[in-house]
Design a protein around this ligand. Structure first.
Ligand SMILES: [Zn+2]
Ligand SMILES: [Zn+2]
Length: 239
């Protein structure tokens, strides 16, 4: 698509968009509105502005989470059950916030349930292990703080999983590796082994040895040939 064609497609989408919004508002249907907006976004017609707002939200949420768990580390020195309870709340709230930011709307109950069963349950298992370690061996506040921050990685991965939930035809994602202090080998491999289909392959903060320290990104790119090759591979694999 040329720039001019893209612009025309976008203008047309916006025009139909406003018309549909007027109809939806008249019908008083806010869920339909949300679905409509997410559809427009996933068609990559009005994606740029939405994407940058969502990415900013992801980074802000991650920084806030790291600050909160750093403060909680002090409580772990005094009262471990209290610390575990507050950590559990912080992790759960953080994961739900990342998923919501990635979706660009409130999560449906079914989506929330899936995240609770999958990502939140996994992190709660890790947290139980962390608590057992602390009970068996006293640790410094610095140790607890930096280990707590590793949990941020799960939110970063979840953000990308949710953002890539609806896979548009012809689009693939590249893994761009940028870790905080020296990029780890799984992140380097993740970059060189790409591109990937939406929702497939390695996720930042998840494959990264630095977990929460990972600053890698997955970036969508339209590449019909690569998408066809990857889709065919996947079908072969499934067969
Ligand atoms: Zn890494
Ligand atoms: Zn990384």
């Amino acid at each position: 698509m040329t720039e001019e064609e893209k612009k025309q497609a976008r203008d047309q989408a916006l025009w139909f968009g406003w018309l549909s919004i007027a109809i939806l508002v008249a019908m008083g249907d806010s869920l339909a509105l949300q679905i409509f907006f997410s559809q427009l976004r996933h068609d990559h017609l009005v994606s740029d502005a939405f994407d940058s707002v969502q990415e900013q939200a992801r980074e802000t949420l991650q920084t806030d989470f790291e600050r909160i768990v750093e403060e909680l580390a002090r409580i772990a020195q005094i009262n471990i059950p209290d610390w575990e309870r507050q950590m559990a709340n912080a992790i759960e709230g953080y994961l739900i916030a990342q998923a919501t930011a990635a979706r660009g709307r409130a999560l449906l109950p079914s989506e929330l349930l899936e995240i609770e069963r999958d990502q939140i349950a996994t992190q709660m298992d890790y947290l139980a292990g962390f608590r057992q370690d602390l009970e068996s061996e006293p640790r410094t506040e610095d140790y607890i703080s930096s280990r707590s921050k590793l949990y941020a990685g799960a939110g970063r991965a979840l953000w990308y999983r949710i953002a890539e939930m609806d896979a548009p035809d012809g689009w693939v994602v590249d893994y761009h590796s940028v870790d905080d202090s020296g990029t780890c080998s799984p992140c380097v491999s993740a970059e060189s082994d790409g591109p990937y289909l939406f929702g497939h392959g390695p996720f930042p903060g998840e494959v990264c040895l630095g977990r929460g320290r990972c600053r890698c990104q997955r970036q969508p790119r339209f590449d019909l040939a690569a998408w066809e090759a990857l889709s065919a591979e996947r079908l072969d694999f499934a067969a």
